[in-house]
Design a protein around this ligand. Structure first.
Ligand SMILES: *[C@@H]1O[C@H](CO)[C@@H](O)[C@H](O)[C@H]1NC(C)=O
Ligand SMILES: *[C@@H]1O[C@H](CO)[C@@H](O)[C@H](O)[C@H]1NC(C)=O
Ligand SMILES: [Cu+2]
Length: 335
């Protein structure tokens, strides 16, 4: 599988696909008290509604996909410190991932922003594609928010949004609900006015693709697959790193200059059953400082003898690898 097919979900062939290319509808905006920086503004925007078909209608598994263009409802000329995407019922209560509808993935891109990669070599394709990656959710229980700034709130780094940026969102949901129901997509974001601090850049980086064609597995026990070498092109801090693995995955490990830096572990046994990943732990919350020229490698550790491989669809059609190993990295350069 090519990384591009994950990042550019254009050839969607899931059973139910709705495209709302005219711009997602803003149903309402609620202001909340900021959590990171008292000078910031925090708002929750409700987009939609989305009509989610019942379990049996969404192909074989209740999985359904939407592609939205978002022009309104997000801040403009602003620096986003933290955000969290979610699902809400019409009455405002959160949608339960356990017995209702869960997020398979939500990928958001600022399609206006041209983002320079902070890694050289094989990684050059990962940034730029489809624009700059913005607040989304991976294939887990969506319990944690996305941070574009240091957690102590003392830095003003964040994700810069220009005055007229457009966004694209790929929403992939799985319904456990018997009947069709309407829900809203919520985007909770805390932001400062104007473009402040360093522009935090987010990118998905795969173990495969840099001279590593696929991830090794063995029916009889553990396997490690290590990526090629990625070189940092700037001094900065890795503000966040979260692994993405499929069933059978144990952890994603990051090494800087050959030394262990952090690991993101798979936790099993949530809404999707004991052999499905429920959550990936965060690789770092305190940040990892790196210098220009530092080399990063990543290792995907699998053990399919503990958790069997399942067919997993990203709602993007055939040809998707059943076995993935990725990091979602967030980086801010030092000025
Ligand atoms: C962006 O916001 C900053 C801070 O509020 C303001 O000074 C600046 O004029 C704004 N720029 C544009 C293009 O609106
Ligand atoms: C994978 O790497 C980890 C960490 O270095 C090591 O402890 C483990 O033995 C390795 N497993 C295999 C199968 O090589
Ligand atoms: Cu995947």
């Amino acid at each position: 599988m090519r990384l591009e097919s994950f990042l550019l979900p254009l050839a969607v062939s899931a059973a139910v696909v709705e495209r709302q290319l005219g711009g997602a509808k803003v149903a309402g905006i609620t202001k909340l008290t900021p959590e990171v920086n008292p000078k910031a503004t925090r708002q929750v925007t409700r987009f939609g509604p989305l009509t989610v078909k019942g379990k049996s209608a969404g192909g074989d598994s209740g999985q359904q996909n939407w592609i939205w263009t978002i022009r309104d409802g997000l801040c403009r000329n602003c620096t986003v410190l933290k955000g969290h995407v979610g699902l809400a019922n019409v009455d405002g209560t959160p949608v339960s991932p356990n017995n209702d509808v869960y997020i398979h993935h939500i990928l958001t891109f600022d399609t206006t922003k041209k983002q320079k990669s902070f890694l050289s070599g094989c990684a050059s394709g990962a940034a730029g594609l489809g624009g700059a990656k913005f607040i989304g959710s991976g294939e887990d229980n969506n319990n944690v928010a996305v941070w574009y700034t240091a957690r102590d709130g003392k830095s003003n780094n964040g994700f810069h949004i220009g005055s007229s940026d457009s966004f694209m969102m790929n929403i992939d949901l799985v319904s456990y609900h018997a009947n069709t129901k309407q829900i809203y997509l919520t985007m909770d974001m805390e932001y400062l006015p104007g473009l402040q601090g360093a522009d935090a850049r987010e990118t998905l980086l795969s173990v495969t693709g840099c001279g590593v064609p696929s991830i090794k597995i063995s029916q009889t026990g553990p396997t490690n697959t290590t990526s090629g070498k990625y070189t940092f092109t700037e001094d900065g801090t890795i503000l966040g790193a979260k692994g993405h693995l499929h069933a059978g995955g144990e952890k994603m490990v990051m090494y800087i200059n050959g030394k262990f830096a952090c690991e993101s572990k798979a936790m099993y046994g949530g809404a999707k059953g004991e052999n499905a990943i429920d959550e990936m732990s965060l690789c770092t919350t305190s940040g990892i400082k790196v210098k220009k020229g530092d080399v990063m490698t990543m290792t995907a550790e699998y053990d399919v003898s503990k958790h069997p491989v399942r067919h997993e669809s990203h709602g993007m059609g055939a040809g998707m690898a059943d076995i993935m190993g990725m990091f979602d990295l967030i980086f801010a350069a030092h000025s």
